[in-house]
Design a protein around this ligand. Structure first.
Ligand code: NAP
Length: 319
């Protein structure tokens, strides 16, 4: 089969298309033939070899994808060959024509969801669900600011938040992004490139927002304290650097800041997320937003795009 292989850490161009053996499932493993593959920012961090988790070389990147089960190991009990699934992690990597997963790393794809949409599910919907409901514990009627809502996680967060009855403020950094978040159901949109957007958000929410889902904490965290209400909760989902801030600002409003990594979610939390995703997709409340598409061989261009260009939904690869 064709697969992207990384043999040295570095720039996107270290990802090369190679011919490799199709893996054989053993025990509780399943082999999935992939129709579409999701690209996440974390795939780019891992490729540099400088992230908190360093993959062992050589490796095939990726954990989000969708396809059909080709073959099951002898101990698999929950799935059968021929079932349409999305992946939520992978043993062999998803930037390939086939991927090997543990049966705990896949979820059923409802019939109304295409494979391309299926490739946009796991990291965006699981991360945003965990941030909104397992960390901030949002309450119906509250106002949430999704700070960076035009990309994969933010687009998913808008859908969860609207379904749950939250008032949604969303930001983007381009005109297309602002239109995109409004189309997804955000009640108000703000441009995060605009220095004044923190005070505009404060004004629009009157008392400040109750919850902030933060995609770029190193840039925004200190100013978030202006936009948030007393007893507000901030969940740090994304950060790409460091910052200095004044802790007293947390004291004066009794603000709680949560860090979160989807990698830390425990089995119970993951099971709840899979269940909610399936129900939300099946009844149409959740509708993944497919953004730019690249071929598998164009994986380096996809990595450049996700870091360097304005976001609009989720970038995918077609094997
Ligand atoms: P993405 O699709 O590339 O989207 C990035 C988002 O960040 C876009 O909405 C972008 O908006 C926005 N952004 C850019 N500049 C910003 C600013 N100054 N203030 C606020 N937002 C800004 O990435 P993603 O998949 O949505 O992931 C978002 C972040 O969360 C990434 O840093 C990713 O690594 C992280 N993440 C963390 C976890 C976790 O478990 N903690 C899981 C998944 C993702 P424009 O392009 O419109 O400017």
């Amino acid at each position: 089969m064709k697969a992207i292989v990384v043999r040295e850490y570095g720039e996107p161009e270290v990802m090369r298309l190679e011919e490799v053996e199709i893996p054989e499932p053993v025990g509780k493993q399943v082999l999935v033939k992939l129709n579409a593959i999701g690209v996440n920012p974390v795939d780019t961090y891992l490729r540099t070899g400088l992230y908190a988790y360093v993959p062992q070389l050589p490796y095939t990147p990726g954990k989000d994808a969708a396809g059909v089960i080709e073959k099951c190991g002898p101990e698999v009990t929950k799935f059968e060959p021929g079932e349409r699934v999305y992946t939520a992690g992978s043993i062999s990597g998803t930037y390939a024509e086939y991927t090997l997963c543990d049966e705990s790393q896949i979820g059923r794809l409802p019939d109304n969801i295409s494979f391309e949409e299926g490739a946009c599910i796991w990291t965006p919907y699981a991360t945003s669900y965990r941030a909104l409901f397992q960390k901030a514990r949002c309450i119906e009627g509250e106002t949430v600011l999704i700070h960076g809502a035009s990309g994969g996680v933010g687009s998913a967060a808008i859908q969860w938040a609207k379904w749950f009855g939250l008032r949604v403020f969303a930001t983007a950094g381009s005109q297309e992004g602002l239109e995109h978040v409004l189309k997804l159901g955000a009640d108000k949109a703000f441009n995060h490139s605009d220095e004044d957007h923190f005070s505009d958000i404060r004004e629009a929410s009157e008392q400040g927002v109750d919850v902030i889902i933060e995609m770029l904490a190193n840039v925004n965290l200190e100013r978030d304290f202006e936009a948030i209400a007393r007893f507000g909760r901030i969940v740090i989902v994304g950060s790409r650097g460091s910052l200095m801030f004044t802790p007293r600002q947390l004291m004066t409003k009794d603000i709680t800041v949560f860090g979160m990594s989807l990698f830390n979610a425990l089995a119970n939390d993951l099971a709840e997320i899979h269940r909610e995703i399936y129900e939300g997709l099946a009844d149409g409340r959740l509708k993944p937003v497919v953004g730019k598409k690249f071929s598998l061989a164009e994986a380096p261009a996809a990595h450049h795009a996700i870091i360097e260009q304005k976001a609009l939904g989720k970038i995918i690869l077609i094997p």
